[in-house]
Design a protein around this ligand. Structure first.
Ligand SMILES: Cc1cc2nc3c(=O)[nH]c(=O)nc-3n(C[C@H](O)[C@H](O)[C@H](O)COP(=O)(O)O)c2cc1C
Length: 212
């Protein structure tokens, strides 16, 4: 299998990077092919909401996203690594996810014409003619996804504040939208308070990679 880690932090060799690399080490040990995408190494513009992707299923923006997408799309297992930033996934990760709207989704040509229909017809037409084809492209579907999350706050603060749920949900929604499967989650909470936890978490990550 091809196992790819997408690193949604600019900190190389930081917590997220180390956990993801440990999973990949385990996966390599087990004979899998591995790759790492450091999102911070690429110039990926935010989605500009132009909707030119509607009906043609490709993004009009000329930047590094196509390069990243090519590396990513044929992976069987994807590790999505993000720190908690302001109670959510990082901007790097969110930006990467938003850009899927152009390249990863199939939007039937009729979708672009929806606005031209009388308003009463739009929903009916969407459900009868468009919705069955609309969705992630075949090659996007069915990937096993591993969520890797790190946060400064200890677990009890992360849960009380609701930010763990927000962060988990952001990735869960993406996984559902792409018709992929959430395989496992690794959370390192309290990175600043409990640095001694790292050894145990990296071991867990390595073992997870070994049994993929
Ligand atoms: C801009 C920014 C926002 C952050 N927001 C949060 C937060 O809302 N909650 C939290 O627990 N930690 C927050 N953190 C801390 C990081 O999640 C934490 O340091 C994490 O371990 C970083 O992982 P990394 O070194 O792999 O990038 C924030 C850090 C930064 C730089």
């Amino acid at each position: 299998m091809k196992v790819t880690a997408v690193i949604g932090t600019g900190v190389k060799n930081g917590t997220i990077d180390k956990i993801c690399q440990s999973i990949l080490d385990g996966a390599r040990e087990n004979g899998h092919q591995t790759d790492t995408i450091y999102l911070s190494d690429y110039s990926i513009s935010p989605c500009m909401g132009c909707f030119k992707c509607l009906g043609n299923s490709n993004c009009d923006i000329q930047d590094d996203f196509n390069k990243v997408f090519e590396k990513y799309v044929d992976s069987d297992v994807v590790i999505l690594g993000s720190p908690v930033y302001m109670g959510n996934i990082s901007g790097l990760m969110k930006n990467f996810i938003d850009r899927h709207n152009g390249n990863a989704m199939f939007t039937p040509p009729l979708m672009a014409k929806l606005k031209e229909l009388p308003s009463k017809e739009r929903l009916k037409s969407f459900f009868s003619k468009i919705s069955k084809d609309y969705g992630p492209k075949k090659e996007m579907q069915g990937k096993k996804i591993i969520r890797v999350i790190a946060a400064n706050k200890p677990y009890f603060l992360l849960t009380i504040s609701g930010e763990l749920r927000t962060t988990y949900e952001a990735l869960k929604h993406y996984i559902k939208e792409m018709k992929c499967k959430l395989y496992k989650t690794i959370l390192y909470s309290g990175t600043q308070f409990y640095p001694e936890k790292e050894v145990k978490i990296l071991k867990k990550a390595y073992n997870m990679g070994k049994v993929l």
